[in-house]
Design a protein around this ligand. Structure first.
Ligand SMILES: Cc1cc2nc3c(=O)[nH]c(=O)nc-3n(C[C@H](O)[C@H](O)[C@H](O)COP(=O)(O)O)c2cc1C
Length: 210
């Protein structure tokens, strides 16, 4: 299975070399992220794609000075919806009607279900959106590996400060994770040759509950 080879190849690179990832590879990774499944298909998240070196420099201190931020080619910021608004639900319903060429009336039950979900607290809806954002995030990690592009999953940053820096509140978003894409600098990366540490499958998978 090619995916297994890719997952063996990948690791969370600690030092990238600043080389650009070709746009067609980045496009493929982005498309894989866009195709990730989400609850009801709502996709309650966005991905911000940053290439501007100055902006990356500004992000660096907010992300604990992790050098992959500035040495990456593209920096992806995964951000979830802060609220599930009626406007967002209607955009989704309209997209469904258009894509599948069906009447809006046939989507009333779906819309009502989403409206009912949206009536939970904003925090609960954000947490729900966040869990789904991580599915897209993981898809991006796997897709990058398939393209032999290094990608370091990152939660080590100040999300409140990054929201502010990127004006995410205005977009109704709250950032959750970062994914710098680039290429490993083998000679300067302490992790590159270390074996992966993973729990043994006998302990990890539970095949008998008795
Ligand atoms: C949600 C999440 C957050 C992470 N945050 C960071 C981070 O801020 N900086 C970093 O260098 N690595 C980070 N990592 C990388 C993990 O430490 C790494 O994936 C884990 O140790 C397994 O090693 P491997 O990815 O090299 O196989 C993160 C990974 C995940 C999944």
């Amino acid at each position: 299975m090619e995916l297994l080879n890719a997952l063996e190849w990948r690791y969370a690179s600690k030092k990238m070399n600043g080389k650009k990832v070709p746009e067609e590879k980045v496009e493929k990774i982005m498309e894989a992220i866009r195709l990730a499944p989400s609850s009801i298909g709502l996709q309650p998240y966005s991905v911000i794609v940053i290439t501007d070196p100055q902006l990356k420099q500004q992000i660096l201190p907010v992300a604990n000075n992790q050098q992959q931020i500035v040495d990456s080619s593209h920096l992806l910021v995964f951000a979830a919806w802060d609220k599930i608004t009626t406007e967002r639900i209607d955009d989704f319903i309209n997209l469904n009607a258009k894509t599948r060429n069906v009447a809006h009336e046939s989507l009333t039950t779906l819309r009502n279900k989403l409206i009912s979900i949206s009536q939970r607290s904003d925090e609960e809806n954000f947490e729900w959106a966040a869990r789904q954002t991580y599915i897209a995030f993981a898809t991006g990690i796997a897709a990058a590996a398939e393209e032999r592009v290094d990608a370091t999953p990152m939660e080590g940053f100040n999300s409140v400060a990054l929201d502010e820096l990127l004006n995410l509140k205005e977009k109704g978003l709250r950032c959750l994770t970062l994914l710098p894409l680039g290429y490993r600098e083998k000679e300067k990366d302490w992790l590159v040759n270390l074996p992966k540490v993973r729990r043994e499958k006998e302990k990890f998978f539970i095949t008998e509950l008795a």
